[in-house]
Every structure is written in C-alpha cells, then in structure tokens.
Design a protein around this ligand. Structure first.
Ligand code: CA
Length: 221
C-alpha cells in the first residue's frame, strides 16, 4: 500500500515510517499541512495518516479540503487529545477513523486493516493474465502459485500492474517504488526487474515483463 503520513513531529513521523515500511508498505512523509494537502491531492495513496495538530493548516482543515477536492482515500486522524469535540470534528471533516496518541503500533496496524476491510466491496486486486497482486493481503500469485517478493520487488510490480500495456521509464519506476527521484536509482531498477523476472516469468511459459530498449519496461500478456 502507498501511505502518506502528515506529521510534524520528526520522531513520530520516523517511527511510523519505519514501522510501516517493515510491514512492506511504501511510505511518504509530509511535515506540514500545506505539503500534506498538495501531495494528498496530486498523488494516489491507499491511505492517509493525518495528525490533527500541524503548523499552518491543521489536520481538520487538510482533511476537509481533501474531501472538497474529491479525494476518496481513507483517512486516519491522529491527535494527542482524547477529546470528544475533536473526534466529532474529525469525522465531520471527512476522516474515517481516529487514534489518540500515545498508541501502540499494533493498534494502528489493526485500524489500518479495518479501514481497508471496510472498502472490501471495492476489489483492490490487480490482475494481468494469470498474475494476481493483492495490495491488501500483500500477496502475489501466478497461475495459483504463491510468489514471495521483497517489499521493493512488490512495489515495482504493483506499479507495473497498475499501468498494464504502458511503457514505464526507469525513472518513473524508481519514483513509484522508492518514492523519490534519484537518477542513481535507475540502474537499481534493472536489478530489481531482473529479480522479478526470475520469480515471475522464468518458471512460466509466457513472459509478462518486457523490455522496451532505450525506454523502460512494460507488463503485458
Ligand atoms: Ca503534531
């Protein structure tokens, strides 16, 4: 899952980032409301974790504005106060759930899973040919056979599967999978694509990942 954390306290943001990355998620952090609003509106995330107390625009304002702009992403709000008024305000601004600091990381994970489950009527699984990727369960199967991927391999494959039949440049893939634009990463992309091919293509008759010479990669039947 791609998750945006909007949190101004560096320690908190870093702890959340590390924990969620260890769970295999792709995480970006915005340290104030303005940046959170910009990223949340411009980029596609599966989930937003939004602190209420932020410098500049607070979490309630950011949430309200995201909803006004039609962003449907589930939003989990964080605050230090166990205050009924704030909870009501959070829900009224369009948040889906609410967690009071300090909290156990296990509780955060449980709540995130519950948020995704609530959207179960939307089938989030991606399929190309006999290859299926489930971003919620974080499972990949091909022809019914389970394939174990590292978090970065998973992220790269998820990106390719979200844009089937579309040629993606190494730079685009690097940005999607690593969340940053590093020219240096474009060579790393080749290494990871190679690893993916060994797991996803080599054991099967039909090749799905294709190289477009001088441009990048495409996933197609
Ligand atoms: Ca804060």
């Amino acid at each position: 899952m791609r998750i945006l954390i909007v949190e101004d306290e560096p320690k908190m943001a870093e702890a959340l980032r590390r924990g969620l990355e260890e769970e295999g998620h792709l995480v970006e952090v915005a340290s104030d409301g303005e940046v959170g609003l910009r990223l949340g509106s411009e980029r596609r995330y599966d989930l937003l974790i939004l602190d209420i107390r932020l410098p500049g625009r607070d979490g309630i304002q950011v949430c309200r504005e995201l909803r006004r702009r039609g962003v449907p992403t589930p939003i989990l709000m964080l605050t230090v106060r166990d205050d009924v008024d704030v909870k009501v305000e959070a829900f009224e601004s369009g948040a889906d759930d609410y967690l009071t600091k300090p909290f156990a990381f296990a509780e955060l994970l449980a709540r995130l899973r519950a948020l995704w489950r609530r959207r179960e009527h939307v089938d989030l699984r991606l399929q190309v040919s006999d290859l299926i990727l489930d971003p919620v369960a974080r499972r990949v199967t091909r022809a019914g056979r389970e394939i174990a991927l590292t978090p970065k391999e998973f992220a790269l494959l998820e990106c390719l599967m979200r844009h089937p039949n579309q040629v993606l440049t190494r730079a685009m893939l690097a940005q999607e999978a690593w969340g940053e634009t590093f020219d240096a990463l474009t060579n790393v992309v080749d290494v990871y694509i190679n690893a993916l091919r060994n797991k996803l293509d080599r054991p099967f008759a039909r090749q799905l990942i294709h190289t477009v010479r001088g441009v990048g990669y495409v996933l197609r039947e």
